[in-house]
Design a protein around this ligand. Structure first.
Ligand code: BMA
Length: 336
């Protein structure tokens, strides 16, 4: 098994503690960003990070002191200590006119060719996906919204498959959506979307992903399939609980699930995950992999308040995934 991707020797990394049996283990100095990180921002959490030049760039979900979510740009030399701009990212359309979202949250970012594409949740008479790109992290160009409301958790694949861009999403409702499966849609040009397929459903024999699921990080390409980290949600007397799982999708037909974790890999346990603006949330938006070592570093939002990091290693994870998988009836087929 090999990772098809770039070398990232500077990826933040810590070995698994010697006494740990975890498949995902937490950074020992979590969270890396917490309450009131800049004058205008109250909380920074579900955020996307990529290598850029000799450092790192991040698109951060930042809830302001008015309570509303926006996207902010951040820079870092080590991926751990971040310099986050106090003003939100300003978007223009392809004609150069302002095209600013009313709100923006849960960004995912992927490099395709020379462009860094960002997908987020935006307002369009209701929540749906926003899409844009930057080439230099100075000018941010917003494209057409891929879908009509309601939709969330948009994640682009890092390359075209059979000539088309591929976008994971989670159709939803206007509120806090007590249901939700992961779908995939194709586009030749990032404007016209179709050939929708259902990839994965909520449910299973356990409860952690019984209410809804949503794509988390941009899939990592391996010779055995696309590795997708996703969130699974259960409902409790005290509200939703967001945990992290993983799946392996077929390389040529990513609507087909090969393996999917029966149990969660990480669930809210630490104080910064169980306590905060929204308790009991671990929400991955970014997973970076060093192709040489198979090290994977996941950035996840904690309790809608902080940004945290967890680590895993590709061989360890895939071995675990294969021997602890459970598929649902619609997972294995090209469901339409
Ligand atoms: C989801 C999104 C996420 C958030 C989560 C838990 O619906 O809004 O941004 O982390 O709820 O509140």
């Amino acid at each position: 098994m090999k990772i098809i991707g770039e070398s990232l020797p500077n990826l933040p990394w810590q070995e698994r503690p010697t006494n740990s049996q975890e498949i995902l283990w937490r950074h020992d100095n979590n969270p890396i960003i917490s309450w009131n990180p800049t004058p205008h921002t109250a909380r920074i959490f579900n955020s996307a990070v990529l290598p850029y030049e000799d450092g790192w760039k991040g698109i951060f979900r930042a809830d302001h002191r008015d309570g509303k979510a926006r996207l902010h740009l951040g820079s870092s030399s080590d991926g751990l200590s971040w310099d986050i701009e106090d003003s939100e990212i300003l978007w223009i359309d392809e004609q150069g006119e302002p095209y600013q979202p009313f709100y923006a949250y849960d960004p995912r970012m992927v490099k395709i060719g020379d462009k860094y594409y960002i997908v987020w949740c935006t307002d369009f008479g209701g929540a749906t996906l926003g899409l844009g790109y930057t080439e230099d992290f100075h000018t941010f160009i917003r494209l057409e919204n891929p879908f009509i409301p309601f939709n969330r958790n948009g994640v682009l694949f890092p390359r075209k498959i059979k000539g088309n861009f591929m976008l994971l999403s989670r159709p939803s409702d206007s509120g806090h959506t007590p249901f939700g499966d992961i779908f995939i849609s194709e586009s030749p040009d990032l404007t016209y979307w179709g050939k929708h397929r259902r990839v994965m459903s909520s449910g299973g024999s356990g409860w952690w992903q019984s209410t809804k699921i949503g794509a988390g990080a941009v899939p990592i390409e391996t010779t055995e399939g696309w590795l997708l980290f996703y969130h699974g949600v259960s409902n409790t007397c005290n509200g939703y609980v967001y945990s992290i799982g993983a799946a392996l999708l077929d390389l040529d037909l990513p609507s087909k699930v090969l393996y999917r974790t029966k149990d969660y890999l990480l669930t809210p346990e630490q104080p910064y995950e169980t306590t905060g603006f929204v308790p009991n949330v671990t929400f991955p938006c970014s997973a970076l992999c060093d192709a040489d070592t198979g090290r994977i570093t996941i950035y996840y939002g904690a309790a809608d308040t902080s940004l945290a990091i967890a680590y895993t290693q590709i061989d360890l994870l895939l071995d675990y995934l294969k021997s602890n998988a459970e598929l649902l009836p619609s997972d294995e087929i090209e469901y339409r």
